[in-house]
Ligand binder design. Structure first.
Ligand code: PGA
Length: 256
């Protein structure tokens, strides 16, 4: 099948104190810290990120942030920057999550600035796109996703593009228990890969990992992950417990 290595990323959102995060990270290190078949990233909240990073040291589990500001430093109360994340050995950063877009005013333009800043600082963006229920019901899904991808990746060059990770997360499937059908997900993933081909090149598009996110669980993951253009998952709820997260990594490793 595809030569792209599967990636399972945990988005802990606003959950886990530093101590709780470290406990979860330690369990993950024991269970999946040595496996190398699947790339694994966890994205704790900022108060836990450094201590979780220390707990992951020496393992194959990578550290990511859930957001960042595009400037390197300055008068931006409440924000953190790419160099700050690099300094604690983060390798990934979630950008443009629908919760940021909905509740915190992250526009396509703002997300684009963050994507460019992440790439400039050798952080791999997990760049999120996805339609709302109203947009899906009105038949606008592909148009919405196209606009988000084109605007969010504006100015990214071909060399940088292969290290971008795209996450397709239908907003109506996030935290709702309503997972997209495999056909719905695969359709949008293939569409995104087509867009990446147009924006960058076929070889680049073939390298980019496109994750599915939205109520992915051990029960529905094998079918989703078996789709040609689904290269992993961005996991919310099921990433908060070692057992379900480990099962997802195992499910990704089992897809050949
Ligand atoms: P969920 O969240 O798995 O809880 O639906 C996914 C996400 O928001 O990244």
């Amino acid at each position: 099948m595809s030569s792209r290595k599967k990636l399972i990323a945990g988005n802990w959102k606003m959950n886990k104190t530093s101590a709780d995060g470290v406990a979860l990270a330690r369990d993950l290190v024991v269970a999946i810290g040595k496996q190398a078949e699947v790339d694994v990233v966890v994205c704790p909240p900022f108060t836990a990120i450094e201590s979780v990073g220390k707990a992951l040291e020496g393992s194959n589990v990578r550290l990511g942030a859930q957001n960042m500001h595009h400037e390197a430093s300055g008068a931006f109360t409440g924000e953190v920057s790419a160099p700050m994340l690099r300094a604690i050995f983060a390798t990934h950063v979630i950008l443009g999550h629908s919760e940021r877009r909905t509740f915190f005013g992250d526009t396509d333009e703002f997300v684009n600035k963050k994507v460019l800043a992440a790439l400039k600082n050798q952080l791999r963006p997990i760049f999120c796109v996805g339609e709302t229920l109203a947009e899906r019901e009105s038949g606008a899904t592909l148009k919405v996703v196209q606009t988000q991808v084109e605007r969010g990746l504006e100015g990214v060059n071909r060399d940088q593009a292969a290290s971008v990770i795209v996450a397709y997360e239908p907003v109506w499937a996030i935290g709702t228990g309503k997972v997209a059908t495999t056909e719905q997900a695969q359709e949008v993933h293939a569409f995104i890969r087509g867009l990446l081909t147009k924006l960058f090149s076929e070889p680049v598009a073939q390298k980019v990992r496109i994750l599915y996110g939205g109520s992915m669980k051990p029960a529905n993951a094998p079918e989703l992950l078996a789709q040609k253009d689904i290269d992993g998952g961005l996991i919310g709820g099921a990433a908060l417990e070692a057992r379900s997260f480990v099962e997802l990594v195992t499910a990704a490793a089992a897809v050949k």
